[in-house]
Design a protein around this ligand. Structure first.
Ligand code: GAR
Length: 193
């Protein structure tokens, strides 16, 4: 585990559903020498399974119904400020944040995406990789900018697509590496010049 160079960074995580990446980030943050404290979890879906996991890990968590983008973003910005958040991590967050939100938050925002970006921005990444008979797919962690899935890539890992793979099996393989690389990407982001 990395040596902690200073004060741990306060992290917020945005999720929309299951929250398995959130779980891997919480697991990393619980290490004594981790570089981060996860202090806030927000979901646009009040029924997201990940919210229950966050609360059971004693992390402040909020389900904010996505009545409109502006109301969701304004409520979230207030919480990000209140909890003194240094970095926002999107982990299976299926809404697009506005340029205005990114500007107002003004701290780094990271996202995990299930493809080897710049390939397959947006949705249905696994079926597109299979349909195109790609030899590899994978996952990417990148900085969030106002252009969808287009910010600087921090870390990627690839997996081989076998002839026997289908969307379900590929998704499962990629999810496994996602859990591995998100904490690593945060460490890289915080420690590389
Ligand atoms: C993950 O595969 C993540 O890469 C993807 O949603 C899944 C969420 O799973 N994110 C996107 O597609 C974002 N465009 P999780 O809720 O179990 O972490």
């Amino acid at each position: 585990m990395e040596k902690c160079p200073g004060k741990k960074k306060n992290i917020a995580v945005f999720i929309s559903g299951r929250g398995s990446n959130l779980k891997s980030l919480i697991k990393y943050s619980n290490h004594k020498r981790s570089l981060i404290n996860i202090v806030l979890v927000i979901s646009n879906n009040p029924n997201a399974h990940g919210l229950k996991y966050a609360s059971s890990s004693k992390i402040k968590s909020y389900g904010i119904k996505f009545k409109s983008r502006i109301s969701f973003e304004n409520q979230s910005l207030k919480l990000l400020k209140k909890f003194n958040i240094d970095i926002l991590c999107l982990a299976g967050f299926m809404k697009i944040l506005s340029g205005n939100f990114i500007k107002k938050f003004s701290k780094p925002i990271l996202n995990i995406h299930p493809s080897l970006l710049p390939k397959y921005k947006g949705l249905n990444t696994h079926s597109r990789a299979i349909k195109n008979k790609d030899k590899y797919s994978g996952a990417s962690i990148h900085k969030v900018t106002k252009r969808l899935d287009s910010g600087k890539i921090i870390l990627q890992k690839k997996v081989k697509i076998l002839k026997t793979d289908n969307v379900k099996s590929l998704k499962k393989k990629i999810l496994k590496i996602e859990h591995e690389i998100y904490p690593k990407a945060i460490i890289k982001f915080l420690t590389s010049p």
